[in-house]
Design a protein around this ligand. Sequence first.
Ligand code: CA
Ligand code: CA
Length: 294
Amino acid sequence: MKNIVFIKRIFSFFTVFLIMVMYVQFPVKSAGDTEEINFQELADQIGYLVNEARTQAGLNPVYMVPYLNEVATARCRECLTDFSHDRHYLGLKDPAKGIYYKFSDMFDENFPWLAGKENIANTMRTAEATFNQWKNSPQHWANILDPQVTHLGVGVVYEPDSRPPSASEPEGYATAHWYWTQIFIKADDDPYYAREYLGWTCFDEKGNVAFEGQYMPEMYQVKPTECGDLNGDGVIDSFDLVILRQYLTKQTTLNPLQVEAADVMYDGVVSYSDLGILRGFILGKYDSLPVRLW
Ligand code: CA
Ligand code: CA
């Protein structure tokens, strides 16, 4: 049996070199290369921080909704030219209300919601820093800790071609590079009322309003299952070895959970010694990870 495992590991070890070129590199949050920024992970990190704060305050966590993420991202793009809750750029006011269009006017006609709030921010390039901007603003913080909101969408946009405002464009254009939007909605007020009187059709098995694809956000998309499993797929194999090599040669970054899982020699740092240990484990030299050499 052990021979079979050994052969599988050997096979895995060699086949990886054939597919390395196709391997999708982990995203790097570099402001200089937009293609490598994982915007969805940044958005989810905002959602995770929201729920962490809400849990600490004794409130229910909110679900993130893919559709609301799309709307929030569209609002970020609008903020590139008009950083405001009022959508002045449309040059129109809602004829019925006599006020400028808001984020909620972007919702599809059939999208069910009872109330909504929007937080926008710019400049900061990490979720934590942006979240702290909102935390330090009482009005934004009140939205994050509103007991009534149930669902959230987050958008993140990075505009590398920012330039300073000009005389002809006093509003400026994308001078802050990074734009962030949160859209909170209250949707779960009274499922019976929603079903019987509002005609909503999106409910989960418990009868609560549930939007398509809604999810609880995680801080990191990749979560190692054990020491050595850097890509979080539940097995320790050559794919993990490739990631560790890329990390050591600064071709990729790892999240803090991955860094912890990469320290397979368990000496508190990630180094080429860990690469050797991980390779040894894959080749059957060690039975388990981490390996303590003293
Ligand atoms: Ca793995
Ligand atoms: Ca180590």
